[in-house]
Design a protein around this ligand. Structure first.
Ligand code: PLP
Length: 399
């Protein structure tokens, strides 16, 4: 292996780190990161294999444990998040499941915000109880509910902010304090904010999880996830859990995601600027009855957004003033914006949460979260903003 490509001992900015961090050049000196698409690694001698396994030689053993390309992705995420350590996983849900189960035992208790991504809610509400881990769901915006839910057995508090799809914002620093006073850890799913706009570890969270499938890939290609935290958390809990249970990231996906990180800051900034323009346009439109965007002064928690986020993000939630039928007419009339359930893509994406991502929830549970039949979630992409505004304008006329 040739020398490390850039001496990153100078304090360079995140955008610079995202391009150079963690390169693992082969002897050919390639500029673009090599893709080490291999399941295993060869040892020169029997003794070398022994040393690898007993830890005297820290090299690679097997790609279920680690892989040079996966390590490049992990190093970029660790640098970006300002974490001590992190591990990549096959998907965002593998990251969430591992982050929870690696540290929980039968008899433990979890407190989570109700407004969670559907599969995250399954992990907390259905999966954990099957293994004797109880859970209490609270209104994440109400600090008194978090405090009241704490029990002596509480080990983990779990939240997502901004929430999917209602874009509520929770006070990460205050909830971290509640967790720490109870001797518990706070786990934050930071997908909607992205690591560019919000850094939960700096706000006091103990563990951050991402679906890298979203903005980190940013072009709708591969699944991936990552769990970030302290060296101690990773070594005491996560490391062995992932090695032995095997939700490993594919080297191919790691390569795609590591290249995605090189443009993450640029993409998030551009999509966020367009999201702001789209939100302003929708807010003033007579056929839109409700508009939520984290970057607007009329967001219900605008002060909190300013305190913990560097911008409003790339997602907009709104209601069409004509119920489900109106929301469907609007969606069906769009030409540039696509109908899908992904987000954080270069392509703008419209989702109707009540009939797709949140269909599993019973109508009262949806109502409690503020997910009405008229509500739409728009993930703003990288198209020219004037084309997006025109597409939305024309589709609103069809309502
Ligand atoms: C998409 C998503 C996940 C799950 O990630 P996958 O990569 O699809 O497994 C978890 N949390 C949030 C907030 C998400 O948007």
């Amino acid at each position: 292996m040739s020398r490390p490509p850039l001496p990153l001992d100078r304090a360079v900015k995140p955008a610079t780190r995202l391009i150079h961090e963690g390169e693992a050049r082969s002897g050919y000196g390639e500029m673009s990161e090599a893709l080490y698409l291999t399941s295993g690694f060869a040892y020169d001698t029997m003794e070398a294999a022994e040393a690898r396994f007993d830890g005297r030689d820290p090299g690679f053993i097997y790609s279920r444990f680690s892989n040079p390309t996966v390590a490049t992705f992990e190093k970029r995420m660790i640098a970006l998040e300002g974490a001590e350590a992190g591990r990549a996983t096959a998907s965002g849900m593998a990251a969430v499941t591992a982050a929870m189960l690696c540290q929980l035992n039968a008899g433990d208790h979890v407190v989570a915000a109700k407004a969670l991504f559907g599969s995250c809610r399954y992990v907390v509400e259905d999966l954990c109880p099957r293994f004797g881990i109880s859970a209490t769901l609270v209104d994440g915006a109400d600090l008194a509910q978090w405090r009241a839910a704490i029990r002596p057995q509480t080990k983990v508090l779990f939240l997502e902010s901004p929430t999917n799809p209602t874009l509520q914002v929770y006070d990460i620093a205050a909830i971290a304090t509640i967790a720490h006073e109870a001797g518990a850890r706070l786990v934050v799913d930071n997908v909607f904010a992205t690591p560019i706009l919000q850094q939960p570890l700096k706000l006091g969270a103990d563990v951050v999880v991402y679906s890298a499938t979203k903005h980190i890939d940013g072009q709708g290609r591969v699944l991936g996830g990552v769990v970030l935290g302290s060296e101690k958390f990773v070594m005491d809990h996560l490391h062995n859990f992932l090695r032995q249970t095997g939700p490993a990231m594919s080297p191919f996906n790691a390569w795609t995601l590591a290249k995605g990180l090189e443009t993450l800051a640029l993409r998030v900034e551009r999509a966020q600027a367009s999201a702001g323009a789209v939100a302003d346009f929708l807010a003033d439109h007579p056929k839109v009855s409700k508009l939520t965007y984290c970057g607007r002064a009329d967001h219900p928690q605008a002060d909190l957004v300013k305190a913990q986020m560097a911008g409003g993000g790339t997602l907009v939630a709104f209601e069409i003033d004509a119920g489900k039928a109106g929301a469907f007419r609007f969606g069906n009339a769009l030409q540039v914006v696509k109908i899908s359930n992904n987000l954080g893509d270069a392509k703008s994406i419209l989702t109707h949460p009540a009939t797709t991502t949140h269909q599993r929830l019973a109508p009262p549970a949806r109502a409690e979260l503020g997910i009405s039949d008229a509500m739409l979630r728009l993930s703003v992409g990288l198209e020219d903003v004037s084309d997006l505004l025109e597409d939305i304008d024309v589709a609103l006329k069809a309502v």
